[in-house]
Design a protein around this ligand. Structure first.
Ligand code: ATP
Ligand code: MG
Length: 356
């Protein structure tokens, strides 16, 4: 069988992005040939340093190359200046808009041997809800009043729920391909607050239900949970969740909350996903406090690379990476300082590559 060649854009950005993205590249290059994958890499710029050098945080070229010439990408981190800088805005937010990356996918996982093993993924809608940013403030005799629009559409709710169903099915395949899990079968939990917001969250809920009733999701169990009780259960009983689908704001809050369950930001990956395109991105920022010391944890990026491969339908390659990372964490010999170890980025990476 001819190898499949994937062209991957590499956008290190700022700070430790420059340390972890090269680790992601080396991981992809080290995948066993038996997986039938070849990679070509395109180095692209974005971030605060790029802004200072070129006047644009997200150069047009980066967008056009990603759009026309790449199958996927890895994005490191960008530092955000502590006070607003004129003309600067987040390049990843702009990229999500320009490439219509309508889903933010965040897996949160511990090793199976953890006291309370967790293996869930939060699928957050990324284009609407309160984030349409239509706000206004007006004066009344009693003082100022501010209002914001919460917009929920059938189209966006349907495509995010469909994606959640597909992710649930794919996770099942990845388990079968050798990445053991605490879950027996695919499950999607729809999160909302339709008891109060009967129209907006009501539409999200009913649309998600309808989308997940499609024949191809027959094997996927579907349940619902009101978002406040979900927060409670997320912390008491996180092992109960497989795939969680949520509108933008709840998804934002739940995904940061869930990340806190696993110990270090250095472990948590994410992907920004649209039609036929995915950008893997570690959840952490540019971490200026540890930059340049060679001690940043590469695992969030390595898992983000695997997640990107999932969306390129390379389940076997993703499973191989997840298993190698889990084995490194389970053995616990080469852990970076954020996990209480003394290993350098390079040593963690080396241990994981050896296991591939
Ligand atoms: P930014 O403004 O770019 O988000 P930040 O100062 O908020 O930068 P984060 O990157 O969000 O920093 O990190 C928060 C904390 O977690 C920091 O103390 C950082 O050192 C630590 N951290 C984040 N990522 C990693 C990693 N990959 N390895 C080790 N420690 C990390
Ligand atoms: Mg931060």
């Amino acid at each position: 069988m001819a190898a499949r060649t994937l062209r991957i854009g590499l956008i290190p950005g700022d700070g430790i992005g420059k340390e972890v993205i090269p680790a992601g590249r080396r991981l992809l290059e080290a995948l066993p040939a038996s997986l039938g994958l070849k990679f070509e890499f395109v180095n692209l710029r974005a971030g605060f340093e790029t802004f200072e050098q070129t006047g644009a945080a997200l150069p047009e070229e980066t967008v056009s190359v990603l759009r026309s010439d790449c199958d996927g990408a890895l994005f490191g981190a960008v530092s955000s200046p502590s006070t607003a800088v004129k003309g600067y805005s987040s390049p990843i937010v702009a990229l999500r808009k320009k490439l219509d990356l309508y889903a933010n996918v965040r897996p949160v996982k511990t090793v199976l041997t953890a006291a309370k093993p967790i293996d869930m993924v939060i699928v957050r809608e990324n284009t609407e809800d309160l984030y349409v940013k239509e706000e206004k403030t007006y004066d009344t005799p009693e003082g100022k009043v501010a209002e914001a629009i919460k917009r929920i559409s059938q189209r966006a709710s349907s495509r995010i729920a469909t994606m959640a169903g597909e992710i649930a099915l794919r996770r099942q395949k990845i388990r079968a391909a050798g990445s053991p899990s605490i879950h027996r079968g695919p499950l999607v939990t729809i999160t909302h607050k339709s008891n109060v917001l009967s129209q907006t969250d009501g539409l999200f809920r009913s649309t998600a239900r309808d989308s997940l009733a499609a024949a191809r999701f027959e094997s996927v169990a579907v349940e619902e949970q009101i978002v406040d009780s979900m927060v409670y259960k997320l912390f008491r009983q996180p092992e109960a969740y497989d795939v969680i689908v949520a509108p933008n704001l709840y998804g934002d809050i739940l995904s940061d909350g869930a990340a806190a369950l696993v110990g270090s930001l250095g472990l948590v990956p994410s992907a920004n996903v649209g039609e036929g395109f995915a950008i893997g991105e570690p959840c952490h920022g540019s971490a200026p406090d540890i930059m340049g010391q060679g001690i940043s944890n590469p695992i969030a990026t390595l898992r983000s690379a695997a997640l990107m491969l999932e969306f390129l339908n390379e389940e076997a390659a993703a499973a191989a990476i997840y298993a190698a990372v889990d084995a490194n964490l389970e053995e616990g010999k080469f852990l970076s300082p954020d996990l209480g170890g003394t290993a350098k980025t390079e040593e963690v990476l080396h241990d994981i590559l050896r296991r591939l």
